[in-house]
Design a protein around this ligand. Structure first.
Ligand SMILES: Nc1ncnc2c1ncn2[C@@H]1O[C@H](COP(=O)(O)OP(=O)(O)O)[C@@H](O)[C@H]1O
Ligand SMILES: [Mg+2]
Length: 419
């Protein structure tokens, strides 16, 4: 057959195979696939509480609340105040985080000097400002998402009202919270929806999702975030040409402006930055009241970190000259995936501490298979139980996490002027 005949035959067979025009056929396929996909999503990841937080033993609950195990038992036996939601036949009490929070509120309501320790919410009347922590470094794999997610969850477990914001188009933080970025591509589902320049903009409150952690809300990330990198230059040039309202916030003030609209609902915001120094990261840094730079102690990582700091400082100085506010309560380097038995790593950590001493967090986050294994199933160490790992492995990782997160928590308390 000649080429032309082949084409004609092919066209005829397509025409015979379907009397429906191709555009309609494709639209039907798309509709079918998308309904199947959302069905699959409902099944794999039901929208609310697709994940559930484990319960806590009475010992764990007592530590979270800050009372002795004996006192908690006494509260439970006396029937005074909120009770644990489950008591096993052998009398073992387990507490959900809701139970823990109810107990905190109950104890705080009794007043007294310890009330503040039970319910730790910030007190705006005493000048305690919203703390916005940006976890950043343009090196991928430096532990930003792991740090940011565990930090947000730690703070929620401690009873703070937390908003976690995923600024990475790859959305790995959202994935840890059970949101699948590939499937959740609805428009205005990320913070982009609240900082975009056009009329499609929506309030941040409309984008915020509840998570299975009481007290911890999420602004998920998705590919749409990338739009901000494209939209900003064109907005800037339109603005320079006088075609846009010049009163609107410039790019570097937009994340801050969006967060300000929900500030009253939270004590702490944690921003998981993307691994690049674009407009979004700059806007996040301008919104930040504090910054954590994650560093894996390898020569290359430290070299790229200093490069990152040079570039960040250059760009931030431009932002500052343009009127951006850059007053961090604290900036700290966090050593991540640390292996204390690795010679070069200990040397590089020591070098870093010698150079920028006071700004390196005392506690490093150790490398642990508990963290990486939990990550494989999109979980954090706060979700998986101790039974999932050998005790030593789990306990060492938890100890390291507790040390890192408590150190950051005390910096926040300092920023609030608490003892
Ligand atoms: N302390 C740790 N121990 C073991 N693995 C870790 C640790 N911190 C991070 N990881 C793993 O390293 C990888 C990169 O970490 P991630 O937090 O996603 O980095 P980033 O957000 O900077 O790209 C992930 O697979 C994560 O599970
Ligand atoms: Mg990340």
């Amino acid at each position: 057959m000649h080429e032309k005949e082949v084409l004609t035959a092919a066209a005829t067979s397509v025409a015979q195979a379907s009397s429906v025009p191709a555009d309609i056929q494709i639209a039907e396929d798309a509709a079918l696939l998308s309904s199947q996909l959302s069905g699959m999503r409902q099944w794999l990841f039901p929208p609310n509480n697709q994940k559930s937080l484990r319960t806590f033993s009475s010992g764990e609950a007592a530590r979270l609340i800050g009372v002795s195990d004996g006192y908690l038992r006494q509260l439970s036996l006396s029937g005074d105040g909120p009770q644990p939601s489950t008591v096993s036949q052998t009398g073992r009490r387990s507490y959900s985080l809701e139970d823990v929070n109810a107990l905190r509120a109950h104890l705080a309501a009794q007043g007294g000097p310890k009330a503040r320790q039970y319910v730790r919410h910030r007190n705006p009347d005493a000048g305690e400002q919203l703390q916005v922590l940006a976890v950043t470094n343009f090196k991928g794999g430096s532990g930003k998402t792991t740090t940011a997610t565990h930090l947000a969850q730690h703070m929620a477990l401690q009873g703070y009202r937390v908003l976690a914001v995923d600024l990475d188009p790859q959305a790995s933080m959202s994935a840890l919270f059970g949101y699948q970025p590939e499937l959740d591509l609805n428009p205005n589902a990320s913070i982009y929806g609240a900082i975009r320049y056009d009329a499609e903009r929506v309030p941040l409150a409309d984008i915020i999702l509840k998570t299975y952690f009481p007290g911890l809300d999420l602004v998920p990330g998705n590919l749409e975030l990338q739009e901000f990198e494209h939209a900003t230059p064109s907005y800037l040039s339109m603005r320079d040409a006088g075609k846009e309202n010049p009163v609107e916030e410039l790019f570097f003030a937009r994340v801050q402006a969006a967060i300000a609209t929900v500030a009253d609902d939270y004590d702490i915001v944690v921003l998981d930055c993307p691994p690049q120094l674009g407009f979004l990261t700059l806007s996040a840094l301008c919104a930040a009241t504090a910054v954590i730079v994650t560093v894996h102690p390898q020569m290359l990582d430290v070299a790229s970190m200093s490069q990152y700091l040079f570039m960040t400082s250059d760009l931030l100085s431009v932002v500052r000259e343009a009127g951006g506010e850059l007053n961090f309560q604290f900036l700290r380097y966090l050593i991540t995936r640390y292996e204390p038995n690795d010679g070069p790593q200990t040397q590089i950590s020591a070098f870093l501490r010698a150079q920028v001493g006071g700004r390196v967090l005392t506690a490093p986050m150790v490398k642990s298979t508990a963290i990486s294994d939990a990550g494989l199933t999109k979980q954090t160490l706060y979700e998986v139980g101790r039974e999932s790992f050998s005790r030593g492995t789990y306990d060492r990782a938890m100890e390291s996490l507790a040390a890192v997160n408590s150190e950051i928590e005390s910096l926040i308390k300092q920023a609030w002027g608490r003892a």
